[in-house]
Write a protein that binds this ligand. Structure first.
Ligand code: PA5
Length: 451
């Protein structure tokens, strides 16, 4: 199986190799701290060995549950926010037919997967409830803490609807809860209501949890091969334990290069794809790096673009705007489909020079041409190459980015495994909504709003 590779040739106009190699010693120390569990946030390192240590029994149990849910439901609703939905969404979008909502369940080979509780928009959830009126459906409610407001509201709506539709006993069969093994309101509710449950290991944080039941159950319900996903991740796990050397280990190289660029004022990283099916992988990556590194008034700001679409919106800025950017391109060698540009005898659009060329070839030339243009315009480009988009390569990418994020966060000097800053908005929202205990803050906020 071909492995993920990293190409740094297009950053070497901006950095000397020694500028990158200088990080080796530090990187070695950070691997040691991770592997010996002595660094910052060391109570949340369970993700590091999920690929090698997840038991076949757990994977079988997930698959058995997934087949039961696939049988009974036309629609499977995944309720969760942040790390409790993004990994599943990334894989399902990456592997599904682009227009899967237009296909029958038979053609799709499984239920349509929809998401809820990843926002608190009334219109979004009203439309979801509308769609569910005449469809059979089942729900996974996913929350590590079991107390997050957004998914809790969505689940309350869905639970009531399921119970009214099917009665309490049958509704119970249609709900699976994925949460902390012992703490939180969701765990308590699941016990009381008798839902089937899966545990989120206490030592795995939300944005690092895609390879736990958080990601694996929805991915299996959608009909994708979770064994291959884990196998791809395992290859990366093994590689990361074999060598820490930047020339042998793409994780080390990526962590070193992005920090070397940050040191030179490149404080925005753009993750680039040329395939719309990778859009949510980019979203997952944004959360992983944003929430892990953005603290202590430091961070490389992670943004994403989908080319060539965004070359017609952000391309100008990337080419000629402020030179504080670098790009990381996820380069895919082969697409699933071959689609040649047809010959047209009249050639009114003057496209016959492309006739017979596959669209992937055209896309590839756009990728190479863009990369050279952006590098010439002063934007360093890193390239991460994968052979094709499938479960195996996605597993590799997940582990690659997770471990690189941990090393990179340590280089930056932050704790990559906490997210204290997320509380600020929550406290204000609770106060403004009149949650008991928040009266003093509510008064302060009201005064600020009226000022
Ligand atoms: O990475 C994280 O920890 C967060 O993004 C969480 O996943 C997110 O806030 C949802 O939390 P929970 O799963 O507790 O509902």
């Amino acid at each position: 199986m071909e492995s993920l590779k990293i190409d740094i040739s297009q950053v070497l106009e901006f950095l000397l190799y020694e500028d990158i190699a200088r990080y080796q010693e530090e990187i070695d120390a950070h691997y040691k701290a991770l592997h010996n569990r002595t660094g910052k946030g060391n109570q949340f390192l369970g993700w590091m060995n999920l690929p090698s240590q997840t038991s076949p029994d757990l994977l079988r149990e997930i698959e058995t549950t997934a087949s039961r849910l696939r049988e009974m439901a036309e629609i499977f609703v995944v309720v969760g926010i942040g790390g409790s939905y993004m990994g599943a969404k990334a894989v399902i979008e990456a592997l599904s037919h682009h227009f899967s909502s237009m296909l029958s369940k038979e053609r799709r080979q499984g239920p349509l997967i929809l998401f809820a509780g990843q926002n608190i928009c009334a219109d979004y959830h009203a439309d979801l409830m509308d769609i569910l009126q005449d469809k059979s459906y089942a729900v996974a409610v996913i929350s590590k803490s079991g107390t997050t407001t957004e998914p809790a509201i969505a689940f309350r709506l869905l639970k009531q609807h399921l119970e009214q539709r099917y009665g309490k006993a049958q509704a119970r069969q249609r709900i699976v809860a994925i949460t902390d093994p012992s703490s939180g309101a969701l765990r308590k509710m699941a016990q009381q209501e008798g839902y089937q449950t899966f545990d989120i290991p206490p030592d795995v944080g939300g944005r690092f949890s895609v390879l736990t039941p958080v990601g694996l159950l929805p991915i299996a319900v959608a009909g994708f091969d979770i064994g291959r996903l884990m196998a791809g991740a395992k290859e990366m796990e093994e590689l990361s334990y074999r060598s820490t050397q930047i020339q042998d280990n793409p994780i080390s190289m990526y962590a070193a290069v992005r920090n070397a660029l940050y040191k030179r004022g490149k404080c925005i990283e753009i993750l680039v794809t040329y395939h719309p099916r990778l859009q949510y992988l980019v979203e997952w990556w944004k959360q992983l790096f944003g929430e892990s590194e953005g603290k202590d008034f430091k961070a490389i700001f992670p943004v994403g673009v989908s080319f060539t679409t965004d070359l017609h919106s952000l391309g100008q800025l990337i080419q000629e705007g402020e030179r504080n950017l670098f790009e990381t391109v996820i380069s895919v060698a082969h697409t699933r489909s071959a689609l040649p540009v047809p010959l047209d005898e009249e050639d009114l659009d003057k496209l016959n020079y492309l006739a017979g060329k596959d669209m992937q070839t055209v896309n590839k030339m756009a990728e190479k041409g863009t990369l050279l243009a952006h590098v010439a315009g002063g934007v360093p480009n890193l390239v991460i190459q994968i052979p094709t988009i499938n479960e195996y390569s996605l597993g590799q990418l997940f582990y690659f980015f997770e471990k690189a994020c941990a090393i990179s966060g340590y280089i930056l000097g932050v704790n990559p495994f906490d997210q204290p800053g997320v509380e600020a908005y929550k406290n204000n929202m609770f106060a403004l909504l009149g949650k008991p205990g928040y009266e003093k803050l509510a008064a302060q906020l009201q005064a600020r709003l009226q000022a």
